[in-house]
Design a protein around this ligand. Sequence first.
Ligand code: CU
Length: 539
Amino acid sequence: MREQYDDRSGRTGGMTRRRVLGIGGALGVMAATGLSASAALARRPSITGAELRSAVPLPPPFQVPLPLPSVLKPVSTSGGVDRYEITQREASAEILPGVRTPLWTYEGTFPGPTIESRRGRPVTVSHRNELPVPTAVHLHGGRTPADSDGYPTDLVLPEGWQEHSMHMGHGSGHGMHDPRAVVTELTRDYTFPLDQRPTLLWYHDHRMDFTAPAIWRGLAGLHVIRDDAEDSLGLPAGRRELPLAIADRAFAADGSLDYPALDPTLRERPGVRGSYLAGVLGDVILVNGAPWPVHEVDAARYRLRILNASNARHYELEAVTDDGRQLDLVQIGADQGLLAAPVTHRLLPMAPAERYDVVIDFSRVPVGSRVRLLNRLGAGRTGEVMAFRVARTAADDSRIPRTLSNDLPTWRRADAVRVRDFSFRAGRMGGGHGWLIGGLPFDPARSDVTVRLGDVEVWRLVADVHHPVHLHLVGFRVLSRGGRPPLPHDAGLKDTISLRPGESAEIITRFDGYRGRYLFHCHNAEHEDMGMMANLEIV
Ligand SMILES: [Cu+2]
C-alpha cells in the first residue's frame, strides 16, 4: 500500500497536482504555527483527504451485479410498534471477486439490512453488540428522542469490556469524561418515532473517536420512511426504485479493508496516520457493497435513492450513455424528503452523508447498451461508479408530478430569533492536529449551543477545506451560499450541507421535536473523530 494524494490529472480543468498536494502542506503549516486558515483558504484544494491504494488486483468495472440490501423483518409488530433485532458482529464477505474480506457488520452484511418503515409508526431496534469494541448507533436524519439518538458516549459495551480500559478522549488520551453518558452492556433498544417526512435515512456507528474506522469496516445500513401521500404520486416504484449507497474503500494484500488507523484494534488509541488527517479515501468505488457494479434495467424510468456513505470522498455524478449523451438526473428529493418541485441536473455533487432522490429515464436508451454513472471528481478508476444495462423495452406508467410536496417549511429570516456563526477549521487539539468548530475540539462535557425548543435560528457556517456539516434532529433549508442564492442541489429540506473550501453558507431551521442533548458535526468521518463535533442542547 502506498500513501498518495489523488492525482486529478487535469480532469476537471485547471487543477494541478501541486494544488491538490497543497492541503497537506497547508495543514502542516497550520498545525505547526497555528496560522489562521487564510493561508489554506488561498489554495482552495479540490480534494480533502488522501487516497489509499489497494494491494490486490481490482476487478474490471461493470461486471459484478448490483446487490440490493435485504429488507429486515420485524420480530414483532404488536401495539403499533415494529420491533427489530440487529446483531452487530464480525463477518466476512466476497466484495472483490475471489477475495474474502473481514468486516464489522449489522446482521452479517455490508451494508446492513434495510429497515422499511411508515411515517408516524414507531420502530424499536434492539441492537446487540458482539463486536470486540463498544458501539453507538445513530439514525442519520432521524427525528429521534435524545436517548435513542446514539450520542457518541452512550455506548453499548461488548461482553467483558473493561470500563477502565475505555479510552474517552482524543489523541493524546487526556481522559475526557462525560458524566451524562448512558452506557449499557451488550444490548440497547433504540426507539424511533419516525414522525417526520418520508425519506431515505441511514444508520451507522457513532462511537466517540472511532466513528470513521467503524463505518469503514462496514457499520452502515439504510432506513426508508414512506407515507401514503408519497405512494400516491406515481413515482417509479417496486423494482424500479433502487437504493444506491456509494462508498469508497481500499483493500490490503490479505483482502482486508485497508485503513490507516493508529490502533488497528480500534480499542484505545484513536486517529489516523499523519498523511490521512484530512480524510481517508479508497481507490475502489462500492455501490451497495459491490465494486463498480452493473444493474440490468428496463427502458423505463427508475427512482434512484442515492446515499454518499463514504467517509471523506465527494462525488459529482453524471449519467452517460454509450454514445456519450448525458441523461438528465431529475432530482425529486433531498436529505429530508421530497422537493416542492423537480430540479433537473446534469451533474449532481454529493458530499459524505448527503442523499439525493433522483429519477432517471432509460426509455430512449437503445436496448443492449449501457448508461454509466460516472464521478467527475474522480480520476482513473474512482471516476467510475456503476452502470445500468438496458435489457428490454417495457411499459411504464410512472410519472414525475410537477408538484411533489407542499409541506416544506417556509421559515424566513425575519422568523429567526438568533443568528449564530460557526467556523469549521483545522487547528490544534491535545498537542496534535485537530478539526475544530468555532476554534474548539469536541468535549462531550462542555455546553456549546443551547437553543429553545421551537425557536427558529439562522446559522452562518464557514469552512477552510471541504466540510459536510450535519445537524442531528432537525432538517434545515439553505438560505445562501457564499453570499449568493443557494445552488440548484441545495433545494428542499437538508440535514447535511456541503461546504466547499473557503465557502460560507447560511442555513435556517426550527429546533422542534424533542428536548435533550444532540450534536452537530462535520460528516467527513475522520474530521468528526478528530474533534469536529459540538453539543446542541435543546431546552
Ligand atoms: Cu470536516
